[in-house]
Design a protein around this ligand. Structure first.
Ligand code: AMP
Length: 116
């Protein structure tokens, strides 16, 4: 991978930046958000640096399913049996700030709807 493809999250994957990692496999990593919005706030991130959901292609089909199943696995691991929310912010209007696809897993308290 060239340096131009580096994101904050690729640097976490490479252990160049510390993170509280709760799960990792060959395709994905999950770590605690540095600015949690709920008692449990985890980011599930593909190791492949897809910038955002709208850049995913049909070739990423299996990876996208893997990311959702990873959320389910981590939620169970962290004891979120009362439920949780999964969020993907996509692009500027979606509120995305890190250009590396990630799924937010939020739980540990009742969450309001609609979001802001
Ligand atoms: P988004 O706004 O959807 O792009 O989400 C990016 C998330 O990354 C935010 O919730 C940030 O709090 C989180 N974040 C930024 N830097 C770090 C970091 N070094 N470790 C963990 N989470 C981070």
């Amino acid at each position: 991978m060239s340096l131009t493809q580096d994101t904050l999250f690729t640097r976490i994957i490479r252990r160049e930046i510390p993170a509280d990692i709760v799960y990792e496999d060959n395709l994905a990593i999950a770590f605690r958000d540095i600015n949690p919005q709920a008692p449990v706030h985890i980011l599930v991130v593909p190791k492949e640096p897809i910038a955002q959901l709208s850049d995913a292609e049909s070739q990423n089909h299996a990876l996208m399913g893997h990311l959702l199943l990873t959320v389910k696995r981590v939620a169970a691991q962290l004891g979120l049996e009362n439920g949780y929310r999964v969020v993907i912010n996509n692009g500027a209007d979606g509120g995305q700030t890190v250009p590396h696809l990630h799924l937010h897993l939020l739980g540990g308290r009742p969450l309001l709807w609609p979001p802001g």
